[in-house]
Design a protein around this ligand. Structure first.
Ligand SMILES: NC(=O)c1ccc[n+]([C@@H]2O[C@H](COP(=O)([O-])OP(=O)(O)OC[C@H]3O[C@@H](n4cnc5c(N)ncnc54)[C@H](O)[C@@H]3O)[C@@H](O)[C@H]2O)c1
Length: 255
């Protein structure tokens, strides 16, 4: 039942980590995937990996903070395939700092990618979905969209906005056949996390610290977020809209 056979899916930030796992998972489920990223070479690698396994994928350069680029990419997908059925707004950036140590330009940088990026790309894709009376948007938020996190002021602010946007969009589009949901992952073992761990003298200790708040005492694999995205994007979730699904190994369960 959980399939994306012949669906056209656009995934942002799919050159690495969760986005790459989503692109691969969607292609395996039958979708024709457009793997996009501001790092063109990384997006190309994801698409090539998918094609090597015999599935359909193309890569496109897309910086989601660039409104014109968002419109151009959606136009390109629509011209080639006639439609875009699924949009995954995954691209996101992090930042460490409190309100006092976060500079305005740092907050603005996160706002442009994590919030405006979703706003711009969704606005580009929605008119087509509304005309067809069908579509699914999955936003990748974070548990930082549901609770406060120490020294993550800009990140927590923008991820709360992602949850708010998801609920607001769902309310406005509920009768038009378009579903909008978000996923709130706990910590996910992506290359980004591995790189961060390498910077500590004692990476094993820091790894345990990162894992400890999860009831399951481990981080997620990117594929575990991808399978939740697949479910929400698919018709199996036909009565789910406006949800903020935690996929957090129990991180928020005890809060
Ligand atoms: N890794 C985690 O622990 C975790 C937890 C919760 C939520 N998330 C969220 O999941 C999403 C993916 O995170 P990840 O860990 O896979 O990160 P990652 O750094 O491994 O990958 C992010 C990708 O997004 C791309 N990107 C960055 N800015 C972009 C822009 N302006 N336009 C287009 N692409 C851009 C990067 O080039 C990269 O390929 C983010 O929204 C992040 O906030 C991650």
């Amino acid at each position: 039942m959980i399939t994306l056979t012949d669906k056209i899916a656009l995934v942002t930030g799919s050159g690495s980590g969760i986005g790459a796992a989503i692109a691969e998972c969607f292609a395996e489920a039958g979708a024709w995937v457009f793997a996009t990223d501001c790092d063109e070479a990384a997006a190309q690698k994801t698409a090539a990996r998918i094609r090597e396994r015999g599935h359909r994928a193309e890569s496109l350069l897309l910086d989601v903070s660039d409104e014109t680029a968002c419109r151009t990419v959606v136009q390109r997908v629509t011209e080639e395939c006639g439609r875009c059925d699924v949009l995954v707004n995954n691209a996101g950036v992090g930042h460490v700092g409190t309100i006092l140590t976060t500079k305005p330009e740092e907050l603005e940088r996160l706002w442009k990618v994590n919030v405006l990026g979703i706003y711009q790309l969704s606005r580009a894709v929605l008119p087509g979905m509304i005309v067809r009376g069908s579509g699914s948007i999955v936003n990748i938020a974070s548990i930082a969209g549901l609770m406060g996190m120490e020294a993550r002021f800009a990140y927590t602010t923008t991820k709360h906005a992602v949850v708010g946007m998801t609920r607001s969009m769902a309310m406005d589009l509920g009768t038009q056949g378009v579903r909008i949901n978000c996923i709130c992952p706990g910590r996910v073992r992506t290359p980004f996390v591995d790189e961060m761990l390498r910077q500590y003298d004692n990476p094993e200790d820091y790894l345990r610290q990162m894992e400890a708040p999860h009831a399951m005492k481990r981080m997620a694999a990117p594929s575990e977020i991808a399978s939740a995205a697949l479910y929400l994007a698919s018709d199996a979730a036909s009565f789910i809209t406006g949800s903020a699904m935690t996929v957090d190994g129990g991180y928020t369960a005890g809060k």
